[in-house]
Structure formats: structure tokens, C-alpha cells
Design a protein around this ligand. Structure first.
Ligand code: MF3
Ligand code: CO
Length: 257
């Protein structure tokens, strides 16, 4: 069942979303060679607790962290660790969600650690742009397939591939609601987007083949071919005026991250 949200509910989700955004922006500023992914996780926890919210991932199906930190060939769901220190040239995906007053928000971005290769720069840019293009499709009357196709077309046009095993999702009073939001598929198909629908759109893009495998920690998904991977995400509401990105300030403009 797809649940649409009232204006008051969207405001609540925006309050959650601003905590997610604020934490990720601060963490982005902390990223430098030598910092461990656990330090980022700890920061996100204290930031969230200070705002009376709850990290949504912690304990979800037994997930041990508050943030997912995925480095280089790791696609998603990397577990923060004190022994995992960032190195110059790495790319780091940070995925974070919170619950505040019963409402969830979820977002992610991939950042450079110091100076990175032009190849990695391009992967980050194209993945972020694929999310920008998907978000543009979030308007009443469009179909879910328009969102999915926007990601896939932009990614494949640049010679990259989209991951199939993980998808975006509806979000609201649960972190994962219907509908599923794949990053692939034909435009013009799927359910019509209605005012009040909220979806987390999250392209996961591999520089090589789309295939992933999960490490023996039962969480970390990596590319099967060892190629790099990037991940960007926002929680986006359908409004009559078009997309409303709930995981950033209302006044923000320009690229989504
Ligand atoms: N953004 C991811 C998702 O929407 C984060 C979930 S990680 C988990 O599924 F640990 F909570 F599973
Ligand atoms: Co998500």
C-alpha cells in the first residue's frame, strides 16, 4: 500500500530531514585522511541525540552502526569501524537516516578524501547528476518509471552501471515503505506520482559491472569486479509545485548535493 502524506506530515519529515542533512554536512567537513569511519558514526549519534532524534539504521535488522560508511569498491552498508581509517584518494559514501516524532528521513552522499583521481571525480559527479535528474521527474502526473529511467539513462550514457540488488523506497512513518524505487527500468511505466508521495531516491552506480556481493560481515556490499562505486540519496516529496527535497533546507537551490 502506498501512503500519501498530509502537509503537516511533510513538515515533520522535513524536520527529520534537516537533522539528516545537518549531520551529513558536518561529517563531510570532518572527512580527511586519518579519520576513522567510527569517529564519523559517533559524531552522527551525538548530533542526532542532541536534537532529540534517533538514528534510524542502528539496530535495523541488526545493523550495528548509525551511519553506513562505504569506501571505494564498497557499494553500500559499510559498517563503521575504529580500525578503518580514510586515506588520501579514497571515496567515501555516507548514508544516514533518522526518526523524529515518528517520521523518518534518509539521505546519502559520496565525498572525496583529499585529492582523488579524475576517474573518481567523474564517477561522483555523474552519480550526483543522476540523482538531480531523477528528482526533476518527481511531479504529479509523472510515473515512477520516469524517475528510474532518468537515473539509468544518465548513468549508462557515461559508461557506468546501476546496481539492481538495492533500490530506493517510499518513506514516512517507516524507513522503508512502498513503492520500491529502482534505479533502472522504462520511462512512462509504473504508478502515477501523486501529491504527498514521499520517496527516497538512491542511485548506486558502479564504474564497472553492476553485480555486487556481500562480505562475510553480512552487510558490506562490494562490486563483484572490484570497480569503484558511488551512492547519493535524498528523501523527496511530490508536491503540486514539483519536487520538495526534504533532506535539505527549503531555501537550498542548485545541485542536490
Ligand atoms: N539508505 C539505506 C536504505 O534505505 C540505508 C539502510 S542501512 C540499514 O535502505 F542498515 F539500515 F539497513
Ligand atoms: Co534509503
Amino acid at each position: 500500500m502506498v501512503v500519501c502524506k498530509s502537509a503537516a506530515e511533510l513538515e515533520k519529515m522535513h524536520r527529520s530531514g534537516l537533522i539528516v542533512w545537518g549531520a551529513l554536512e558536518k561529517m563531510r567537513g570532518m572527512v580527511e585522511p586519518g579519520i576513522s569511519t567510527k569517529e564519523l558514526d559517533k559524531f552522527a549519534e551525538s548530533y542526532t541525540a542532541g536534537r532529540k532524534a534517533r538514528p534510524a539504521f542502528k539496530g535495523y535488522r541488526g545493523y550495528p552502526g548509525s551511519v553506513c560508511t562505504s569506501i571505494n569498491q564498497e557499494v553500500v552498508h559499510g559498517i563503521p569501524s575504529a580500525s578503518r581509517k580514510l586515506r588520501e584518494g579514497d571515496i567515501l559514501s555516507m548514508d544516514f537516516g533518522v526518526e523524529l516524532d515518528g517520521y523518518f528521513a534518509d539521505a546519502a552522499l559520496t565525498v572525496a578524501v583529499g585529492k582523488i583521481s579524475p576517474e573518481r571525480e567523474k564517477l561522483l559527479r555523474v552519480t550526483r547528476e543522476s540523482l538531480d535528474r531523477a528528482i526533476e521527474q518527481v511531479r504529479p502526473g509523472n510515473r515512477l518509471g520516469d524517475v528510474s529511467a532518468a537515473v539509468q539513462q544518465w548513468v549508462e550514457k557515461h559508461g557506468y552501471s546501476v546496481v539492481r540488488e538495492f533500490v530506493g523506497h517510499g518513506i514516512g512513518t517507516h524507513m522503508h515503505e512502498e513503492p520500491q524505487v529502482p534505479n533502472y527500468g522504462p520511462a512512462g511505466q509504473g504508478p502515477k506520482l501523486q501529491e504527498g508521495l514521499v520517496i527516497a531516491i538512491e542511485p548506486m552506480v558502479n564504474a564497472g559491472a553492476p553485480v555486487v556481493r556481500v562480505l562475510s560481515d553480512d552487510w558490506t556490499a562490494v562490486t563483484a569486479d572490484g570497480s569503484d562505486s558511488a551512492h547519493f540519496e535524498h528523501t523527496v516529496a511530490v508536491t503540486k509545485n514539483g519536487p520538495w527535497i526534504l533532506t535539505r533546507p527549503r531555501e537550498a537551490t542548485g545541485p542536490c548535493w
